[in-house]
Design a protein around this ligand. Structure first.
Ligand SMILES: C[S@@+](CC[C@H](N)C(=O)[O-])C[C@H]1O[C@@H](n2cnc3c(N)ncnc32)[C@H](O)[C@@H]1O
Length: 219
């Protein structure tokens, strides 16, 4: 944990209970070791969605559909979500969970590798006003190439797990050799988010680190 664990525990204890269907999904994820957004990230994501009031959400990395169901619970009535997942075992669970939602018609699961799916969505001229990226960390930079042109003016773009349990601040020489590529790629990604002329980005130590960007005209 990046933040003092007792503080996180205290803050999480302040959270209100999730609606039963989300609490059940969260429990399933915990019992089956499926990585889903942490409590702290949930709270921030909810705040962002309720502030932004998006109409078109894109999520990269569905897993079993917890965060898509979560976003669906708090997004405006006229909002739709498209979410992408490639792992068959996860897709089976996600399809079942998303089909059980009251607003199931507002959620579309696209099966496939996000690299390819994002390209197709971009080429088809899709645009979004809220994007949540929570997939393979090493591919974030590649995904950004297709996501950026799809962000509408004023769109909110959130990425999860950007601080890698704090190891992001360490020199690459202290990182285990097998983790070095991902470490360097994440650093490049964060640099890009902070220096891209179309984005204003804040990186916050919430959960495992989240980047919060807004798209605007070129600086
Ligand atoms: C951290 S989990 C997502 C958790 C989910 N957002 C939640 O909070 O409920 C990341 C997911 O991204 C998927 N993923 C990773 N790389 C992907 C890719 N290239 N294309 C599609 N899905 C991918 C993984 O299979 C995994 O289920």
């Amino acid at each position: 944990m990046i933040v003092e664990p007792r503080l996180v525990e205290y803050l999480n204890a302040l959270e209100c209970e999730l609606p039963p269907h989300l609490a059940n999904l969260e429990k399933y994820a915990k019992d089956h070791e499926v990585p889903i957004i942490r409590k702290e990230a949930q709270s921030l994501l909810r705040f962002l969605v309720e502030t932004k009031q998006p109409k078109k959400i894109l999520e990269v990395g569905t897993a079993i559909g917890f965060s898509a169901s979560f976003l669906c619970e708090y997004m405006p009535k006229d909002c739709k979500i498209t979410t992408i997942e490639k792992v068959p075992m996860r897709i089976v669970e996600a399809e079942k969970n998303l089909a059980a939602l009251k607003r199931k018609d507002d959620v579309k699961l696209i099966i496939g590798d996000a690299g390819e799916v994002l390209k197709n969505l971009r080429e088809a001229g899709n645009t979004y006003d809220f994007v949540f990226m929570d997939a393979a960390k090493g591919q974030y930079m590649a995904f950004l190439e297709d996501i950026l042109p799809m962000l509408e003016e004023g769109a909110v773009f959130v990425t999860d797990n950007v601080l890698q349990e704090g190891s992001i601040m360490e020199s690459k020489f202290t990182i285990e050799r097998r983790d070095r590529t991902i470490h360097m790629r994440m650093r490049d990604y964060l640099y890009e988010l902070k220096h891209n002329p179309y984005l204003t980005t804040s990186i916050v130590a919430v959960g495992d680190g989240m980047s919060l960007s807004v798209k605007h005209e070129r600086n």
